[in-house]
Design a binder for this molecule. Sequence first.
Ligand code: NAD
Length: 328
Amino acid sequence: MTLLLSGADVQRALSMEDAIGLVEQGFVEFGEGRVDMPQRPVILVPEHSGFAGFMPALVGGMGALAIKTVTAFKDNPKKGLPTILGTVTLLDQETGAPLSIMDAGYLTAVRTGAASGVATKCLARDDAHVVAIFGAGVQGGTQLEAMCAVRKIDEVRVFDLDRDRAGTFASEMAGRGSIPDNIFVVDSAKDALVGADIVVTATTSPSPIFDGDDLSPGTHINNVGSHAPAVREMDTRTMVRSRIVCDSVEACLVEAGDLLIPMEEGALKESDIYGGLADVISGKLPGRESDDQITLFKSVGLAFQDAVAALHTYRTAQEMGLGVEFQF
Ligand SMILES: NC(=O)c1ccc[n+]([C@@H]2O[C@H](COP(=O)([O-])OP(=O)(O)OC[C@H]3O[C@@H](n4cnc5c(N)ncnc54)[C@H](O)[C@@H]3O)[C@@H](O)[C@H]2O)c1
């Protein structure tokens, strides 16, 4: 039997705290070479500003074998749909049988937040307490949740081109779990940046969203929104000023315009990329080395994160009696 899980089921079965632990363990497996994860094939649907990714992974040590089909259609919010839609098919590692098919919208948002949470734990200053969120969308919400899970945050600024959306975000997120009540909607990118200790960029923008000269020394950035070679959220100045840590250097060199565009300009070299997050977690590479350093986590999203989150969600959903059994 295959367990079908809706977005609401996944939301009940997968917490941010659990996701941070799972994703961190997944990064350790990845760093040790125990993840089989081919570079994801991507199909672009330019006439509808669409991206479709097909993301398989086997995380042998954690028993997770899965493929996610994920889409990002940037005009969806105008149609009343989320930007990100998808499903994960979780397979039995011993037989290949489909254990579960689950909605991937919330799962993607949580595991993406969790990856930034792990990076922030390793790279942000211990005393970081002011967060600036760029992009008051679905990812912005779980990113904020993750920041508040790994640092004691007492002030949040939110900037979105859609001011109403930023206002709704602020009122919905304030005081939720460990998120503070102090969430301010700001009118410019600069107002969000100046004095922020942690900056999250989770927008659908195809071009740089702030001026890298406005970043305060000591900032940690989670650069999450862009994952195609021709688009970027960061300007060249930000990349040049930052110690850059990737979720996967290999995947980022295929997909991340934030890196590829400054490299084409001749402003950044491959050797300027510091390394992968797995090596920072394991201690092979030191993380932040001074309070003034600007660190940047470039995330394009990796299939092993979905696989470990999906296996945990399936097991928890079974214990909680969630979902619908289906015989193919
Ligand atoms: N790295 C990863 O693993 C990963 C995972 C999931 C999604 N994403 C990407 O994250 C991005 C956001 O996804 P989402 O689901 O939150 O989308 P969403 O549509 O819910 O939210 C995006 C928000 O960004 C805002 N925005 C656009 N341009 C802006 C700008 N210049 N300044 C400030 N705000 C701006 C929009 O108004 C919107 O509110 C997408 O591009 C998506 O593909 C990355």
